[in-house]
Design a protein around this ligand. Structure first.
Ligand SMILES: Cc1ncc(COP(=O)(O)O)c(C=O)c1O
Length: 422
């Protein structure tokens, strides 16, 4: 039987592919160190798990619930989003759809907006799921090297449907500044196109230069840093903005599968119609856990802020550690080396490796001509896994997730360093 053209065009997730290969080697007893998966290594905080446990005792949670999300959760997401934009504009429950993770939020929003031939503008690098979903709906991706007005104006056309933003960014860890966001918002307003802003890493933001963090930041009760967001700096484009968010990254809840959209009402209700034929409501127990995560009571809200800050500080420490170690990786003669800048968000180090192409590496003098070949070689030779960035539209780079223990970070990078400098 012939598979549909649509499905044959979809490439499997390169990240998940490498992750499964690394996990397979590990299960065969190999001492693999994997800088691969985009998930925190912490366990979901206890107060969140407790609320799920409690939800299991209430049989009402065993039934179908409204497709768009539990009413109390939609309300809480709306009010947390309103707080994030410093109460300059207000969201209500009808703006919110609770989805099975951020991934479903992306898929459904693109389904709601894209017709065959519509164009989407996005900066490089970009998370590998976006191009595949755009392709699935017959859209065309218009990539830009940066988000300056000049670059945006050069690609916008009457077919442009939306601009796609993701800050803090996967894979680069870079965070857009308020000035950059303002300039982007002025472009959105002038052109009348939509903007989809994926803010799933919003809480993992490191405005401090390095660890230990400025103590004033963590001592004050409400000083938890949140990355600048588009509506925060330009609330006037609310009617053109769709926010994607979720609990996966900020609350160590990747497996619970809860994300959401905050969008103009007409878009939210179109997405709910689609979801009603797709997956219906998100698992009620996971939605109840999300209520606790977002702070449905004063006590839970405090615990929520504390647990985010604890994880954020751990990531900040590891960011400094991995960047220091990675920047030492070089060939004996220093001609080939890892180059990187310090990321101030998410949990990825993003490394340019082009200077290593074409020169003999390791004892066997292996030669590579791409980031994929280098990633494969490193996995084969020293059992360290990382993600080559071809699928993220920036060949020439490797991504290292630093969501792993400090000693593993040191050991993993030193294996690469030894291999490259041999
Ligand atoms: C930029 C970005 N957006 C959305 C997601 C989706 O997260 P989830 O579906 O686990 O909520 C991810 C996960 O890797 C991501 O990196």
């Amino acid at each position: 039987m012939k598979l549909s053209d649509k499905i044959q065009n979809i490439a499997p997730s390169a990240t998940l592919e490498i992750d499964s290969l690394a996990k397979k080697l590990k299960s065969e007893g190999e001492p693999v160190i994997a800088f691969v998966a985009g998930e925190p290594d912490f366990k979901t905080p206890d107060f969140i798990v407790d609320s799920a446990r409690e939800a299991l005792l209430n049989p009402a949670n065993f039934k179908y619930s409204p497709t768009g999300g539990l009413p109390e959760l939609r309300k809480l997401i709306a009010s947390r989003t309103t707080e994030q934009v410093k109460n300059q504009i207000e969201f209500n429950s009808k703006n919110v759809v609770v989805t099975n993770g951020g991934k479903q939020a992306v898929f459904e929003t693109f389904a709601a907006l894209l017709d065959e031939g519509d164009e989407v503008i996005a900066p490089k690098p970009l998370w590998l799921t976006y191009p595949e979903v755009i392709k699935f709906f017959g859209g065309k991706l218009k990539l830009v090297d940066d988000l300056s007005l000049e670059s945006l104006k050069a690609v916008v056309s009457d077919k442009t449907k939306f601009l796609l933003l993701n800050s803090p960014n996967n894979p680069s860890g870079q965070v857009l500044t308020e000035a950059e966001l303002k300039e982007i918002a002025s472009f959105i307003k002038k052109t009348g196109i939509f903007v989809i802003t994926d803010e799933i890493y919003m809480n993992l933001y490191y405005p401090e230069n390095s660890y230990p963090a400025n103590s004033q930041l963590s001592d004050e009760q409400d000083s938890r840093p949140i990355a600048p967001t588009l509506l925060n700096v330009s609330p006037e484009i609310q009617d053109q903005t769709i926010i994607i968010n979720g609990v996966a990254k900020s609350y160590a809840m990747t497996g619970w599968r809860v994300g959401w959209i905050v969008a103009p009402e007409s878009i939210a209700s179109a997405v709910i119609s689609l979801q009603s034929h797709l997956t219906s409501n998100v698992n009620n127990i996971a939605q109840r856990a999300t209520l606790a995560a977002l702070g449905d009571t004063d006590e839970n809200y405090q615990k929520s802020k504390d647990s985010i800050e604890e994880m954020r500080l751990a990531f900040l420490r590891r960011r400094d550690l991995i960047c220091r170690e990675l920047s030492k990786v070089q060939t004996k003669d220093g001609k080939g080396r890892f180059t990187l800048s310090i990321p101030n968000g998410a949990f990825y180090a993003y490394v340019n490796v082009e200077s290593l192409y074409g020169i003999p590496l390791g004892k066997d003098g292996d030669i590579v001509a791409s980031a994929s070949q280098l990633a494969k070689l490193i996995l084969e030779k020293v059992l360290v896994a990382c993600v080559p960035m071809e699928a993220f539209e920036t060949p020439g780079y490797l991504r290292f997730s630093y969501a792993l223990a400090d000693d593993e970070i040191v050991e993993g990078v030193s294996r690469i360093q030894k291999f490259i400098s041999e």
